[in-house]
Design a protein around this ligand. Structure first.
Ligand code: G3P
Length: 226
C-alpha cells in the first residue's frame, strides 16, 4: 500500500514528506487554486520538495481528447520527474487515456463513482483509477463498496491498473478502503496526521519518560533528555 498527500500546500507537503512514508503528491484544480502561487510554480515547488523519484499527479482542465493530450504533454515538459496525468472519466477522457497510453504517458482516471467507470478506464490503459469515496457516500452511495468491487473486477479480469482511493473525510473511510483492496490511497495532511494519532500512545510515552527520569534523571543512552 502506498500513501500519497492530497494537497498542494508547500508547508504541509514539506512536513508530511519529512515525517511520513510518502510515495508522492496528488493535486486537482480545486486543490491548486487554494494556493497563492501560479499553478506551474506551485507544481515545480512541490517537485523540488519531493524530488524526481516520487510521483506527482496533475489534473487536466480541457474536456476534449485532443486538448487533454496537449495539456498532458505540456505538464510532462514543464514538470520534471515522475508526473502522472489525471483525467476525469468522460468519453473524451477515455479517448485521451488511450492516446496517452499509446505514447507511454502514465495516466490516472479520476472522478470515479462506479466500478464500471474504473474497469473501462483500466481497459483504456490507465495506470491508476481513483474512486471518490466520500463523494460517493455524499450521494447516498457506498464508497467503500465501490472500492471493493473495483478491486474484485481488477482481480477477475487480471488488470494491472492500480486502485488509488481518494476523497476521504475521516480515518474510518481510509481504513476501510485499505481493507477493501485499495492498492494506494491519497489523503489530506489533516487526515494523514490522524492515521496514527491515539491519545493512549502519547500518554504511555509520558509515563515511560517520567518513570525513567525518577531512576536515571535526564540521562538516556548518550543523550541528556530535556
Ligand atoms: O484526489 C481527489 C480528491 O482530492 C477529491 O477529494 O475531498 O475534494 O472529495 P474531495
Amino acid at each position: 500500500m502506498r500513501l500519497y498527500i492530497d494537497s498542494a500546500n508547500l508547508d504541509q507537503i514539506e512536513r508530511m514528506n519529512e515525517y511520513y512514508p510518502i510515495a508522492g503528491v496528488t493535486t486537482n484544480p480545486s486543490i491548486l487554486v487554494k494556493e497563492k502561487n501560479h499553478y506551474i510554480q506551485a507544481l515545480q515547488d512541490i517537485r523540488k520538495i519531493i524530488g524526481e523519484e516520487k510521483e506527482l499527479f496533475i489534473q487536466v482542465i480541457a474536456d476534449n481528447a485532443s486538448e487533454i493530450v496537449k495539456e498532458a504533454e505540456y505538464f510532462q515538459t514543464m514538470i520534471p520527474g515522475k508526473t502522472i496525468i489525471k483525467i476525469p472519466v468522460t468519453e473524451e477522457g477515455i479517448k485521451a487515456i488511450k492516446t496517452l497510453t499509446a505514447k507511454n504517458v502514465p495516466t490516472l482516471a479520476t472522478t470515479i463513482y462506479t466500478p464500471f467507470q474504473a474497469l473501462i478506464a483500466a481497459k483504456a490503459g490507465a495506470k491508476y483509477v481513483a474512486p471518490y469515496v466520500n463523494r460517493i457516500d455524499d450521494l447516498s452511495g457506498d464508497g467503500i463498496r465501490v472500492v471493493s468491487e473495483i478491486a474484485t473486477l481488477f482481480t477477475i479480469h487480471k488488470m494491472s491498473t492500480e486502485l488509488l482511493a481518494a476523497s476521504f473525510k475521516n480515518v474510518q473511510q481510509v481504513y476501510e478502503a485499505c481493507l477493501s483492496g485499495a492498492h494506494t490511497i491519497t489523503v489530506a495532511p489533516e487526515i494523514i496526521e490522524k492515521l496514527i494519532d491515539f491519545p493512549a500512545t502519547a500518554r504511555d510515552v509520558k509515563v515511560f519518560q517520567s518513570q525513567w527520569k525518577e531512576t536515571y534523571g535526564n540521562e538516556a543512552g548518550n543523550l541528556l533528555l530535556k
